[in-house]
Design a protein around this ligand. Structure first.
Ligand code: ADP
Ligand code: MG
Length: 580
């Protein structure tokens, strides 16, 4: 043994090191990720503390599902992956719902979960919170990765980011076992191992022949229609999308979360003539919208088909980043694959000067239908029944949103969702965030928190009383971070409505809640403002004050308990309701 050896060893011992916790934080920061939505606990508590100490914003929730929904919608709003951080097994499972939600809705999100020791998990020896999380996450994630060595953290996070935001965005799972966080490597090697992802969501330019095919079809159309989906909202190509609609002069239908991409009051907006334009159109251009159940799969009576499985004869153009989306339900005559920004600008460039607007008889017919329906709705909205119903309450919300077009708008429920979607106009892109592709309940408070954090704007949430219950405890989180959130609970004493009766007596019916529940006191319990509102005037005053003060506010809007229908507008999906 030479004398030099102990010297080398001591030099190594003195070389600065970096641990797994720090590498994760540095890798996120290096990639411009500045916010974590999560819930601390073993083994990630120190990760949340150190991330906060290092300047990341760490928002701590009361339940992982809500943190996950927050992360998913942050991804939608920012085009950066929303980060949800959970503990192992049960925390991970609670976060899994939102991971699936992100994947299904095409929102970029990364669920990072701590996990137990691989050696013990794989031999099923009964570790603390033992679970093979990677295997469980994989089927509901766009991609799933696990990092076992500190020097791979940089690669793991880079791959997770790319998978989440490139192509069709989605939910990504990143498994970080407890042991990884404590691993230390030389700081210099650690720094070198990190990757700043270059061009994480590369533009995907559509092929010129596909652009021409789409334009030829559009040009020949007598009754064209454009459908804008939340993919179009996500793409942040707002000016080009507006130019495309206006230059072609084609009526358009915004899907729920595409409302406001152009103002709902735009003369070409056909929302109020939906049941006329879908069966009536001859060529339909889908932009970032899928022909799933929300569009009756492109066939059946909604589309002018005779029976359930019949196609109405429309030709379809589909602009989408996923090459596999076309033909998923009906034939797509002109698939246009690429990112929406690139596709729409290629369409605009290809149109050239002298593009003829659609035939006047189509435009007039759409306009006529729309005007009649709007007038009918205005009559209903002007009524002031006692007790207040959905319409008279939403008439107030409609005015408040019109006066505050920059406010973020969260919406969930059954009837509270359907009525709100059709009554409350949106004026700006990416303001309306709601139940999405699955039509789920539970996104409410998570969405409110992320919307406030990511936008800095006031948030208005219109919640069914049932929907609110899924995430209601997060009012504490809203108060803790003093977020400008105004929650309006459409309280009709139950699921769908509050009038069901148990024919045998005893317990109340499964759809019925405590009568005249005082939800507003939940907000007061944490220092926010609670308001009990029985009239549109009281509701208006409370909402105006909430927007003005930016204080966390919960308005218990008492609605006629007989208002509302079974399953809202999707009664047809409910076998029991169908028989009734
Ligand atoms: P909606 O429910 O509003 O109809 P969907 O979620 O069904 O919307 O459809 C969104 C579509 O948008 C998905 O097929 C997705 O692949 C696509 N998409 C998402 N982001 C982009 C993008 N940047 N460019 C092109 N297509 C996109
Ligand atoms: Mg209800």
């Amino acid at each position: 043994m030479g004398t030099a050896e102990p010297q080398v060893a001591s030099t190594q011992a003195q070389a600065p090191t970096i641990d797994g916790f720090q590498l994760v934080i540095d890798a996120l920061k290096l990639n411009g990720i500045d916010t974590i939505y999560g819930l601390p606990g073993i083994p990630i508590t120190d990760l949340t503390r150190r991330a906060q100490a290092d300047g990341l914003r760490v928002l701590s929730f009361r339940h992982e599902q809500n943190a996950g929904y927050a992360a998913s919608i942050a991804g939608f709003l920012t085009q950066k992956p929303g980060i949800c951080l959970t503990v192992s097994a049960p925390g991970f499972l609670n976060g899994l719902n939102s991971l699936a939600h992100a994947t299904v809705n095409c929102f970029p999100m990364i669920l990072i979960s701590g996990s137990s020791e691989r050696e013990i998990v794989d031999l099923q020896q009964g570790d603390y919170e033992e679970m093979d999380q990677l295997a469980i996450a994989r089927p509901v994630a766009k991609a799933a990765f696990r990092v076992l060595h500190a020097e791979d953290i940089g690669v793991g996070i880079a791959r997770a980011i790319r998978a989440a935001v490139s192509g069709r965005p989605g939910g990504v799972y990143l498994d970080l076992p407890a042991k990884l966080f404590a691993q230390s490597i030389e700081a210099e090697a650690g720094a070198k191992s990190l990757i700043r992802v270059v061009d994480p969501a590369p533009r995907q330019i559509p092929a010129p022949d596909a652009v021409k095919r789409a334009l030829d079809l559009l040009k020949a159309a007598k009754k064209p229609l454009i459908i804008l989906g939340k993919g179009a909202a996500y793409a942040q190509a707002d000016a080009d999308i507006r130019a495309l609609v206006e230059k072609t002069g084609i009526p358009y239908l915004p899907m729920s979360m595409a409302k406001g991409l152009l103002p709902d009051t735009h003369e070409l907006c056909a929302s109020a003539a939906r049941s006329f334009v879908l069966p009536g159109a001859d060529v339909v251009m889908l932009i970032g919208a899928r022909l799933n159940w929300l569009l009756s799969h492109g066939k059946g009576k909604t589309w002018g088909g005779k029976g359930h499985k019949d196609w109405g004869g429309q030709k379809f153009i589909q602009v989408d980043i996923s090459p596999q989306e076309a033909d998923s339900n009906v034939r797509i005559d002109a698939p246009l694959v690429g990112d929406i920004g690139s596709c729409v600008s290629a369409l605009l460039a290809g149109m050239g000067p002298g593009w003829a607007k659609p035939p006047a008889d189509w435009l007039d017919a759409v306009h006529g239908k729309k005007t009649a329906n709007v007038a009918r709705m205005a009559e209903t909205l002007a009524k002031n029944p006692s007790p207040m119903n959905f319409h008279s309450a939403l008439n107030v919300v409609r005015d408040i949103v019109k006066a505050n077009p920059e406010a973020m708008f969260v919406n969930e429920g059954a009837n509270a969702l359907d009525f709100t979607r059709s009554i409350v106009d949106m004026y700006k892109p990416r303001k309306r965030i709601d139940v999405g592709t699955w039509g789920i309940m539970g996104v409410g408070m998570g969405y409110c928190i992320a919307a406030a954090v990511e936008s800095g704007q006031e948030v208005i949430a219109i919640e069914g009383d049932s929907a609110f219950g899924f995430s209601g405890m997060e009012v504490e989180t809203i108060c803790r971070y003093n977020l400008p959130v105004c929650i309006v609970i459409m309280n009709n004493n139950g699921v769908y409505k509050g009038t069901d009766v148990n024919p045998r007596g005893g317990d109340v019916a499964p759809t019925v809640f405590v009568k005249d529940a005082r939800y507003e006191k939940l907000m007061e319990a944490f220092g926010g403002v609670g308001v009990y509102a029985k009239t549109p005037a009281e509701l208006r005053k409370a909402m105006e004050e909430a927007i003005r003060s930016r204080r966390p506010t919960l308005i218990n809007a008492v609605i006629d308990e007989t208002a509302g229908t079974e399953s809202g507008r999707i009664t047809s999906l409910n076998p029991t309701a169908k028989k009734k």
